[in-house]
Write a protein that binds this ligand. Sequence first.
Ligand SMILES: Nc1ncnc2c1ncn2[C@@H]1O[C@H](COP(=O)(O)OP(=O)(O)O)[C@@H](O)[C@H]1O
Ligand SMILES: [Mg+2]
Length: 256
Amino acid sequence: MVNNRICIKTEGLTKTFGSVQAVKELDLEVKSGSRFGFLGPNGAGKTTTVRILSGLLKQTSGTGTVCGYDVSTQRNSIKAVTGLLPETPGLYSKLSAVEFLEFIGALNGRNGDSLHQRIDRLLAILGLEGRQDDLLESYSSGMKQKVLMASTLLHDPQLVFLDEPTSRLDPAASALVKDLILLLAEENETSFFICTHITSFAEDVCDVIGIINEGQLVIVDSPQQIIESTKTRDLEEAYLKIIGGKVDRQTLLTWR
Ligand SMILES: Nc1ncnc2c1ncn2[C@@H]1O[C@H](COP(=O)(O)OP(=O)(O)O)[C@@H](O)[C@H]1O
Ligand SMILES: [Mg+2]
């Protein structure tokens, strides 16, 4: 089935902080069911964009809709149908994983059997069974990130924003997050908007990539098309070529 529905659309979306233009005239269209990778260097404007799209921050100018809701006037509706894993999330360390997820579920108006079944399923997929009643303060950072991932997915959102989801994860946990995204995208047709600067993760997980640099969207295309059009071998090389990053590996090799 060809999916022509749009989950994110912005026109001229702009955010300024004093003299800093964090996001400049962003025109973006993301199809429902996409796994959209938002790539860009530190300070490019990824987090600012996600905060506007998830209803946390007001844009300075421009317009946008998320799951059909207006980012200026329907922010509560957006929060109800989307999930957000922030870049620097908070977590209550004196709660167990189950207690934390029950708390988040209650905030979203969920309780009872359906909530507990969802919690059990997510903890099982994430490999946290057996540790679910331990206090979060005893968890490793990777395990905490998994619980936060579960909390983001708890209310079965249509669209999930993940801001640097693997920044605190070891390779095995990153691979698990990758599989979880692919599983949910396929099973539930959940859409994902993933900010990252890890090009290999984006290449494995995302079907569409947008690259943002200094607040401006530079390119939007499939990873394969971006690699082909830049005549590079992989997304890392393509990304570096596009944002003008130079890696002089020869100098590095001879540097002693
Ligand atoms: N709350 C804020 N106040 C002032 N400047 C901000 C704020 N948030 C972000 N910025 C600035 O906006 C720019 C984009 O930041 P950000 O969206 O966090 O980038 P990224 O997530 O791509 O690293 C940066 O120059 C950053 O310093
Ligand atoms: Mg960021």
